[in-house]
Write a protein that binds this ligand. Structure first.
Ligand code: GCW
Length: 707
């Protein structure tokens, strides 16, 4: 057995004056290492375990020095990292029953032969890496690690991220620079950033990355492209990240030269098989494919009168011998709906299409379902499809990239929203919160989990807004353990990213935790959807753009009232897609929670909410309150000046000032529109005909930026 010992030269790293954010939450520069061993022993020959050992050495020591392969356990205190079988050979008394499943880890301190050992054990080598990052995170948060006994098991096997990168290097809905993977139609020559991204992902226990846009170029699986993909897989492999790609259904025609891509055609099946075989020949640990089909103009099985299960299965069968997974997206809807038809409803689409196919998928197919029935809006109910596929594996799709939530120019920490969805009880089979369904527990599915759109870019700090990284961190933490609270996650992230100064941690956590609600207040009232420009870049106010087109993001606001009637009694019947218990929560006005009222019901502006306010007064008040609270974020941030590095302080300050200005632009556009449309006065007298645009939006923004 190989046992590599690495000596640490422990030194306290001085607090860096300026930081770029490139290291994210892995700065490792605030570590108190006094009582910790100065030796790291990596047991076994796994490259991933070696990555873990190097990370520990790099984090704890200033200038690590390799001592070479040792024949036996060091005689002095050490960290000992390895997979179960290797560790058991050295510590035969360890109780095997404690060993976690999957990519879980076990941290344990033991004494033996007069020395003390910090064991980091995984069933898999990934587990060892995750345990190491977890140990480091504790040290960085100044938690006591002198005695450890902690076993952690991942919630689900699929914990992926998705990037919407195009082969030309642009990124669909990317807000932080160009692609780290592609440029000019090819994989980049320099993949340094890919490896660094792998490190960030591994530290939050992500194990797969689909690297290209779901609006996929068929070329991604062309024979000449596969060796390029293999280079990306090589960069990810030391971090235990499996490469995945998004594929287009028409690939057998476009790339394979066939006359058809009909999923039931044997030649098409043979093409997918040959393609999968070739990929696995070059990338043996390839994760699988993501498919967007029959959606927003993409090719799909409907072109041949076939179903999603026909399409998914032909590809899944090709992947199966190699243990690959096929993630088939449930984001399938008609974007040419008739807006005059009061029964038409985009929210129904995923359930209507996929529920009848339950049980018809190969067992390596996972249906990837966006958290809400529309499209990553600032507030949506949990998709009813989660409760409707007991015989099919599922994954929840979340969006770290802030497409509808401020595009990383506004601070919006999404973990509280994701928590609401994950904790929502679908009432379908006893234990049936969304988190239990997607992790396979409710219906004992072998697969399941999480996939989030991230869209990191070449910007040095990955996501442009320094505080947006809290969303990537929060996503990984929740995919690992959806029972964690948003409070715990925000505090962890603040400590790891900005240090342990209590006032800094408190301020940043508070800002993060209030930010979703603030953004919702000035952009999307009462579940109506984000009132943004849905026809363009999905940024800034655009109340009318949702209406009178086929996209189905309607809020149905007119001079009398607002909201989509989705009831069973008089509306589109969407509410009937939920279990009877959930239907009871939404079907009646009396029971429906205010925050989803306009998602479920059409009401007059004078309708009185549970809060006691009328709908119209709520719209006015929430927009004024939201804009005010956005301004307060600036003040809160100013209280950390001098307590964190100037670079990140100034960068965030600039963005928060912009946000405060843009919140006023939002507020004025929305309240003015509703005042003009409803003719109902603001009881506080703020909204008045003709006076709303006291200044044009550009003037508001530039004066905010000067503050
Ligand atoms: O929200 C919409 C986005 C599209 C995206 C699509 C999807 C990749 O505006 O840019 O396409 O969702 O999720 O497929």
């Amino acid at each position: 057995m190989a046992l590599l010992c690495l000596a640490l030269l422990v030194a306290i790293c001085p607090m860096c004056a300026g930081e770029t954010g490139a290291e994210g939450w892995l700065r490792h520069n605030d570590l108190t290492t006094g009582s910790l061993p100065t030796l790291v022993a990596a047991v076994g020959s796994s490259n991933v375990v070696r990555t873990a050992a190097n990370e520990l050495v790099h984090a704890l020591g200033n200038r690590p020095k390799a001592e070479g392969v040792a024949a036996q356990l060091p005689a002095k205190d050490a960290f000992v990292l390895g997979t179960w079988k290797d560790i058991l050979a050295l510590f035969p008394d360890l109780p095997a029953a404690r060993l976690p499943a999957g990519d879980g880890f076990w941290l344990r301190t033991v004494r033996s032969h007069g020395a003390k050992y910090w064991l980091v054990i995984g069933r898999t080598d990934r587990g060892v890496l995750y345990g190491t990052f977890s140990l480091l995170a504790r040290i960085a948060q100044q938690k006591d690690v002198t005695t450890l006994e902690d076993v952690q098991t991942p919630s689900a096997p699929i914990r992926w991220v998705s990037e919407w990168d195009n082969l030309d290097g642009s990124i669909e809905r990317g807000y932080a620079g160009r692609s780290i993977f592609f440029d000019n139609g090819a994989v980049r020559a320099d993949l340094t950033r890919v490896a660094q991204y792998g490190r960030l992902l591994a530290s939050i226990e992500i194990n797969g990355c689909a690297i290209n846009n779901v609006n996929a170029s068929p070329r991604i699986v062309a024979p000449e492209f596969i060796p390029q993909l293999a280079r990306i897989a090589d960069a990810f492999r030391p971090w235990g990240i499996k490469l995945a790609v998004s594929v287009d259904m028409s690939s057998p025609m476009v790339v394979g030269g066939l006359k058809t891509f009909d999923p039931l055609d044997p030649q098409v099946a043979a093409w997918w098989q040959r393609t999968a075989d070739e990929i696995y020949k070059q990338i043996p640990d390839f994760g699988g494919f993501v498919v967007k089909a029959d959606s927003e103009g993409r090719s799909g099985p409907s072109q041949y009168g076939r179903t999603a299960s026909d399409a998914a299965n032909v590809i899944a069968r090709a992947l199966k011998p190699h243990h690959g997974i096929l993630m088939y997206r449930a984001f399938v809807y008609n974007h040419h709906l008739d807006w005059r038809d009061m029964k038409a409803d985009r929210a129904r689409a995923a359930y209507d299409y996929f529920h009848p196919l339950d049980g018809k998928f190969e067992d390596n197919v996972v249906i990837q379902i966006k958290y809400g029935p529309i499209d990553f809006q600032v507030r949506e109910p949990a998709s009813p499809l989660f409760g409707a596929m007991p015989n099919t594996s599922q994954a929840i799709e979340l969006q770290v990239t802030q497409e509808y939530t401020g595009q990383q120019r506004h601070l919006v920490f999404l973990a509280p929203m994701w928590k609401e969805i994950l904790d929502f009880d679908m009432h379908v089979n006893g234990v049936s919160a969304v988190k239990q369904i997607v992790t396979g527990k409710t219906w004992r599915r072998p697969l399941g989990g999480f996939n989030a759109v991230v869209n990191v870019g070449l910007d040095e700090n990955w996501l442009a807004h320094p505080l947006a990284m809290a969303n990537l961190y929060g996503y990984g933490r929740l995919a690992w353990n959806p029972n964690l609270s948003a409070e715990v996650i925000s505090e962890e992230w603040a400590r790891l990213t900005f240090g342990n100064n209590p006032q800094v941690v408190l301020t940043i956590s508070k800002m993060l935790l209030s930010s979703w609600h603030i953004y919702e207040s000035y952009t999307g009232p009462l579940g109506a959807g984000t009132l943004t420009d849905i026809l363009g870049d999905h940024y800034g106010p655009g109340v009318e753009s949702s209406e009178r087109n086929g996209w189905g993001q309607w809020h149905r606001a007119d001079e009398h009232g607002m909201g989509m009637d989705r009831t069973v009694a008089t509306g589109t019947g969407f509410i009937g897609q939920y279990s009877p218990e959930v239907q009871k929560k939404y079907e009646t006005l009396a029971a429906c929670p205010d925050e989803l009222l306009l998602f479920m019901h059409h009401v007059p502006y004078t309708y009185v909410l549970h809060s006691g306010k009328t709908v119209i007064q709520h719209i006015y008040d929430s927009h004024y309150d939201g804009a005010e609270q956005a301004a307060e974020l600036v003040t809160q941030w100013q209280s950390v000046k001098g307590q964190i590095d100037d670079e990140r302080y100034e960068d965030v300050l600039k963005r928060l000032r912009y946000q405060a200005g843009h919140a006023i632009v939002w507020r004025d556009a929305v309240v003015n529109w509703f005042f003009k449309t409803s003719g109902i006065r603001d009881e506080k007298g703020r909204v008045q005909a003709g006076s709303v645009w006291g200044q044009p939006p550009s003037a508001v923004l530039s004066s905010a930026a000067r503050q």
